[in-house]
Design a protein around this ligand. Structure first.
Ligand code: ZN
Length: 569
């Protein structure tokens, strides 16, 4: 049975003043509480108790606590290994309980968040440094199991120094216990979101905290495996500026986003809503349907098409995300070494349908094009794409890919970090993904770097896009020793929409406004949405096993001699 306890924010007293640990300014407590515990002067995020955190995130009056059910017998007197330290473990627990008014370093239960039901779990750093012993492991596991059983999204807010030493190897085992509970959510397709706050270290960061479908970090939080003091003593060198901050983790691909406290509840709400299966309301979209017959397409000089596909004002993925999709939430990082701005992705809706969007990003201004490396992704970009495919597969989201790249980045660092393997893994994952995949070549479809996002059930192409095994310049340079012959190569390679429709490489051509997509991006986006929605609806009717075997057959058939003749349509 659930027990309810009042959630009373306890930011140390009602009136009075306290010193900001960030800028040493004196802060009026009432004002600090109104600012969610964030210093208005320097932006320092003061530490919250578990109940303050829950009060900030849950809809008022909605929290129903379950902590008591999960840990009835822990607390004072619990000492599973008869810890022989200087202070009796039972005494330490009693003192922590006295200080915090909590039974343990975690509080959990069910709650509403912007009207969406969640299982909400928050850790309390004041209780023995938020360390994870058996009781904390039990609560996190019970929360995840309840979420799995009731198919309710799990939100976990962490604040921890790591595993609790006083429980020896039993504490270490909590990493495995909680990690397998998180695995259960992935297997059963129940959304999990981890929010890492200051500080999150050791056994907590190296288990459930890093295993959500989405991992967010609160601005300014320190997060890592080993604490900075331990690292400093071990490596005996100066640690880099900003080491182990939330921002450092974002830059190195470990978290999806860094969120200031005031933005946390709104972002959680957006993520819950965009993933929510019941909030799917398919609606018809405007736009001109795709062309499926070669005869209905204009024949243009392929070199002219290449120039249009590369036009600096041609809409790129983020333009389409704004015009054709709703509720896009960007997810970042490959969870390995970095985040690549040349690939963007995240859950969104199109015509009311839930999808995962993954696309190459080029930008328009010189600054944007340099920042996105002109749409040429590094291995991190393809690893991010593959991670988002896994996310989509776990949660049953169809994948929509928008392809616009001159090719994967050819460079020393990209080679060193495994460009070929990153692309290959992406293509292979696409071929086994148990959800529909629709790819649209919106501009340049350059070689393997394009195919990594185009091993799909339906491959569509904009009228002025092109798709090729090599750039026309590259082909001319290799075969004819002169890049000046690129227009000739463009004609020879059969890279335009009518030619590829004839070859059966693409299934439909998305019409563009006269003069090209850049002359009317909104119209181009409507036409793209029309084609994507039509393809998604066709594929939604196909049973999972047929989907995979048909996709397999599609790519198995390319290059058999019967299929090699150009369809006359
Ligand atoms: Zn301050």
């Amino acid at each position: 049975m659930s027990t309810t306890r009042p959630i009373t924010p306890t930011l140390r007293g009602v009136g009075g003043w306290q010193t900001c640990p960030g800028c040493r300014a004196l802060l009026y407590r009432k004002r600090l509480r109104r600012d969610l515990g964030v210093c208005a002067g320097c932006g320092h995020h003061t530490r919250l108790t578990a109940r303050e955190r829950i009060a900030q995130l849950a809809d008022p009056g909605s929290f129903v606590e379950m902590t008591g059910e999960a840990i009835p017998r822990y607390g004072t007197g619990w000492d599973p290994i008869s810890f022989g330290g200087r202070r009796d473990y039972g005494e330490s627990l009693a003192a922590a309980g006295e200080k915090t008014g909590e039974a343990e370093a975690v509080v959990f239960g069910t709650a509403g968040l912007g009207g969406c039901e969640v299982v909400l779990t928050a850790m309390d750093f004041r209780f023995m440094g938020g360390s994870m012993g058996s009781a904390v492991g039990e609560c996190v596991t019970a929360a995840a199991e309840h979420a799995r059983r009731t198919r309710t999204p799990l939100v976990v807010v962490t604040a921890s120094s790591g595993a609790r030493m006083q429980e020896g190897a039993l504490a270490l085992m909590q990493l495995a216990k909680t990690a397998q509970a998180m695995a259960g959510l992935r297997e059963d397709g129940v959304l999990s979101i981890c929010v890492l706050t200051n500080p999150t270290f050791g056994g907590v960061s190296a288990s459930f905290a890093s295993l959500g479908h989405v991992v967010l970090a609160e601005a300014g939080a320190l997060i890592g495996f080993a604490g900075p003091r331990v690292i400093g003593q071990t490596v005996r060198e100066e640690l880099p500026e900003g080491f182990q901050t939330a921002e450092f983790l974002l830059q190195h691909g470990m978290v999806d986003d860094v969120v200031p406290r005031a933005g946390l509840r709104p972002l959680l709400h957006r993520l819950l809503r965009v993933h929510h299966p019941q909030q799917q309301e398919p609606k018809t979209v405007p736009g001109t349907p795709p062309i499926r017959r070669v005869k209905r397409l204009r024949t243009e000089d392929p070199w002219e098409v290449v120039r249009r596909a590369r036009h600096v004002d041609r809409p790129s993925t983020t333009d389409y995300l704004g015009l054709a999709f709703d509720d896009f939430c960007a997810l970042n990082g490959d969870r390995c070494t970095g985040d690549d701005p040349a690939v963007v992705g995240g859950p969104a809706r199109i015509g009311g349908r839930r999808v995962m969007v993954i696309g190459h990003q080029k930008g328009h201004t010189t600054g944007e094009r340099v920042a996105t490396n002109f749409g040429m992704a590094h291995p991190e970009g393809y690893r991010k794409a593959r991670r988002l495919m896994d996310h989509a597969a776990s949660l049953g989201l169809p994948v929509v890919c928008l392809v616009d790249t001159p090719g994967a980045y050819p460079g020393v660092e990209a080679e060193r970090r495994g460009q070929s393997a990153a692309i290959a893994e992406c293509i292979m994952r696409s071929s086994t993904l148990p959800v529909p995949i629709v790819s649209v070549i919106t501009g340049e479809g350059g070689s393997g770097g394009a195919l990594a996002l185009a091993t799909a059930d339906r491959v569509l192409m904009l009228e002025n896009g092109f798709y090729s095994v090599i750039s026309p310049e590259g082909c001319a340079a290799i075969l004819w020793r002169s890049a000046d012959e690129a227009p000739e190569a463009a004609r020879a390679l059969r890279i335009t929409a009518p030619e590829l429709l004839g070859l059966g490489i693409v299934d439909g051509v998305v019409p563009e406004p006269a003069g090209g997509a850049h002359t009317d991006p909104a119209q181009a986006a409507d036409n793209l949405a029309k084609a994507v929605v039509e393809a998604l609806d066709e594929l939604a009717a196909v049973p999972g096993q047929d989907l995979l075997s048909t996709r397999h057959q599609r790519f198995r058939a390319y290059g058999k001699w019967q299929a090699s003749e150009v369809r006359s349509a």
